[in-house]
Design a protein around this ligand. Sequence first.
Ligand code: FAD
Length: 376
Amino acid sequence: MYDWIIAGAGFTGATVAERIATQLGQRVLLVDRRSHIGGNAYDHYDAAGVLIHAYGPHIFHTNSDRVWTYLQQFSDWTPYFHRVRAIIDGREAPIPFNLDTIEAVFPAGLAAKYIDALLAQYRFGERVPILKLMERSEPLLRDLGAYVYEKVFRNYTQKQWGFGPEELSPAVTARVPILVSRDDRYFQDRYQAMPTRGYTALIANMLRHEKISLMLQTSFEDARQAFPKARVLYTGPIDEYFGCKFGRLPYRSLDLRWRTLDKEQAQSTPVINYPEEFAFTRITEMKQLTGQVSPKTSLVAEHPCAYEPGRNEPYYPIPRDETRALYALYEEEARKTAGVIFAGRLGSYQYLNMDQAVGAALAVFEKKIRNDGEGD
Ligand SMILES: Cc1cc2nc3c(=O)[nH]c(=O)nc-3n(C[C@H](O)[C@H](O)[C@H](O)COP(=O)(O)OP(=O)(O)OC[C@H]3O[C@@H](n4cnc5c(N)ncnc54)[C@H](O)[C@@H]3O)c2cc1C
């Protein structure tokens, strides 16, 4: 009765379901074991009437014209430029670390020397990875790099991952920049906006089609038993699909602690990072992301912790060589499994932003579904 079973109603599953229904006219059974659509981007109104991102703050940004144009069909978008501050040595300062941050955390004379040293070597607007700065021969630049590494990056990374930066894949450490500018936007992408009525409403619009049937609180395994002949797109954890036969892929999780305050606004910026103090990494004020007007405000503090199946959610794949090697074993199994396509954050054991998840899902549809009658 169904041509396809899609496991997972997050951005990946929703995108592929929408494409199969509208472009191929085939019937899709979309299942999710949770009680809602949207995957980790799910948002809803809390008891105080504030729109919150239930699995942690989600900010949309992309440089992809294709993804941006595709998503325009399903929602109005409100421009939103994300801003983050961090508490460094007891002072609140912009992140990414930029020229204003230097002036906020150092005495005026020293700040001027650091800024002169940066501008002598780099052009205004450049993003300089802190590891590159730490390799410079000029002592001022080296010191500045070491300060940012120590104060902003090392502790935050240790809290976030439970590992120091040197124990993680260089892809994580190499990215963190100092901005030789006063641009305090957290992202520099061409498109930065929030879906005006939220992510759940956006994904509900993607799924509104007569060829798409949705079943919540339903696992893939049950759907598979009921419809064994349907082809499959699986966006759940790839290790679980294979009964974790090579061992479990590890994830980092978050203990999200929510509170609502009886005031309109609590923070100077939507997100405040706490690289040094406390066990949490950051606090987000939801209304500042969504633009909602309300007399109350809800905030969430993120306490990173290990993923324990059944107790919390698998959030972040751990970026280490040994986890990539373990994933490669499952990837090989996946290659040999006819009729099932693995995709998405959990299916490819890869941290994907929402735009990357949508972009990858569009590519999967084009390459493995539209142009390949058999799937693979
Ligand atoms: C804390 C946090 C913050 C984030 N912030 C941002 C951000 O600011 N900006 C950004 O662009 N991205 C952000 N992301 C990433 C974003 O959440 C992902 O891009 C997105 O969730 C990927 O969608 P997906 O469909 O691949 O996976 P998911 O959203 O994880 O959806 C997978 C779905 O599959 C279901 N499922 C799993 N196994 C089964 C099964 N066996 N049977 C049935 N259903 C199953 C799950 O219940 C889940 O709903 C963040 C992620 C996290 C964890």
